[in-house]
Design a binder for this molecule. Sequence first.
Ligand code: TYC
Length: 102
Amino acid sequence: DDGGGSDTSVVTDTRPKTKRPPLYKVLLLNDDYTPMEFVVAVLERFFGMSHAQAFEIMLTVHKKGVAVVGVFSHEIAETKVAQVMDFARRHQHPLQCTMEKE
Ligand code: TYC
């Protein structure tokens, strides 16, 4: 209480503050032109997936339009997106990769 007539005191939080950095989902988007094999190669190369895992995720994106391919810190997610976008551009494929806060 602040000693005044009405109770205007602030409720303080006594929980220990454990600040975890925000995580970011890296998303791969479907398109009509990027070859399936190229997408599989991207998932193997930049996300450390096995061929079987990569093929499965590629098919999910192909059928559903989008899939989460990994969850990372902001810096790592940015790097992954840049690597995928650069690799796709160099091979002249329209593949799109984005990130969003979890
Ligand atoms: N839809 C593409 C095709 O039919 C394959 C594809 C899959 C493209 C996943 C992008 O993120 C993607 N060739």
